[in-house]
Ligand binder design. Structure first.
Ligand code: AMP
Length: 378
């Protein structure tokens, strides 16, 4: 277990102090009457408890964030102006620096750029869990130069995820899905070690199925990881689907050909077909296990849930997670989007905001941005 992260509550007199807060306001925007506006302000609202508290204590607060991928160049498309407008509607009197990624020094972790950010500030707070797996300048440099602390959301994300891994109420059931085995193999390994049952679904499951000697047609497949999947299956903790929904692969998936018949496959998928969702027997079997859970950690959809023909598996799992009496943690952009799509977001105990950051925290038990805070002087 890592030592605790430093809290900003130890600063007892913030009156008149200048506080720099690294946030993750990388929010979706859309055009309204020719003007870009924030379409989902969840990430901004999530920081309000901290920002309001700092203002109440008399601090002068400046936030900084990355926004999109402008590749080190200022462009109007990636200006934080719409985010600043929304922030000031929700919390007047807070400054927001221009997009950190307008300067190539941000992603290069350039010490000079990092030092330029903290000039004139008294304190630094990292409230950007979703960016803390990246060794970028705004995450790594300020803790070397200013008294620094973890914001309350960052603290909560870390203690919830690590708490579930280190001290779960059992049985601890992990669910992993999504497209690629190679992206999820490391976290699956850790979960096989820590959890009692690991349910594998989504496109990544087909490589596990292939490793069991089944035919998978033209479903997603990663030849380089067959041995790794076979090795994980030997633990007997891993559950894989026993049926699939899919299409004949000469039918053009993705072209929204709603008239194409959806086929239910058993354990084997014919050569001319592909699996795009877990089938009803798998959904029911997985849901039964999830009902018994003491702790649930879910990352990654069970199928191509963006297409309503292949959303049933992900929805069944989302409902089982929502209804389970176990403590439920849902992480990763796609699983969170699925919970929202099925209007079940409020039914889970904890929604982790950082996709890549939650994966890396589970995998490594720590993140570069957290280490920087723990090593901070003052
Ligand atoms: P990831 O980003 O790895 O969590 O993957 C999420 C994506 O995986 C979603 O956009 C799903 O549409 C996709 N996905 C899930 N299951 C399958 C599948 N069986 N075949 C192809 N794509 C899938």
């Amino acid at each position: 277990m890592q030592p605790a992260l430093p809290s900003y509550k130890r600063w007892t007199d913030l009156n008149g102090k200048k506080v720099l807060v690294r946030v993750d306001f990388n929010a979706p925007v859309h055009l309204v009457d020719g003007k870009l506006e924030v379409s989902d302000d969840f990430r901004i609202r999530a920081t309000l408890p901290l920002l309001d508290d700092l203002i109440k204590q008399g601090a002068q607060v400046t936030c900084m964030t990355h926004f999109g991928r402008p590749k080190g160049q200022p462009t109007e498309e990636f200006s934080v102006a719409p985010i600043r407008r929304r922030l000031n509607e929700l919390c007047p009197g807070i400054d927001l620096l221009e997009n950190l990624r307008f300067n190539p020094g941000e992603e290069l972790n350039d010490p000079e750029f990092g030092a330029s950010l903290v000039e004139g500030f008294d304190y630094y707070i990292n409230e950007a869990f979703g960016a803390s797996h990246r060794a970028h300048a705004s995450i790594m440099v300020p803790p070397m130069l200013l008294p620094s602390a973890a914001g309350p959301n960052l603290q909560r994300e870390v203690s919830t995820l690590l708490g579930a891994l280190e001290n779960p109420v059992r049985p601890f059931i992990a669910i992993v899905g999504g497209a690629k085995v190679k992206d999820k193999l490391a976290i699956t390994r850790v979960l096989v070690e820590k959890a009692d049952v690991v349910i594998v679904g989504g496109g990544m499951a087909y490589t596990f199925e292939y490793a069991q000697g089944r035919t998978i047609g033209s479903s997603l497949f990663d030849a380089t990881n067959v041995d790794n999947c076979r090795e994980l299956m030997q633990t007997e903790k891993v559950r894989i689907p026993v049926d699939s929904l899919g299409l004949k692969s000469d039918q053009s998936f993705g072209s929204a050909a709603f008239s194409d018949p959806v086929i239910v496959f058993g354990e084997n998928i014919p050569e001319d077909s592909m699996g795009l969702d877990i089938g009803p027997l798998s959904s029911a079997a997985f849901a039964r296990e999830i009902q018994e859970a003491g702790t649930i950690l879910w990352n990654g959809p069970m199928g191509v849930f963006e297409d309503p023909r292949f959303a049933a598996g992900t929805e069944a799992i989302a409902r089982a997670v929502a209804q389970s009496p176990g403590y439920s943690i849902v992480g990763g952009g796609d699983s969170v989007a699925a919970m929202q799509q099925f209007k079940l977001e409020s039914e889970v105990d904890f929604v982790s905001t950082g996709g890549g950051a939650s994966l890396e925290l589970v995998e490594f038990g720590d993140l570069p941005g957290l280490r920087a805070l723990r090593e901070s002087k003052g």
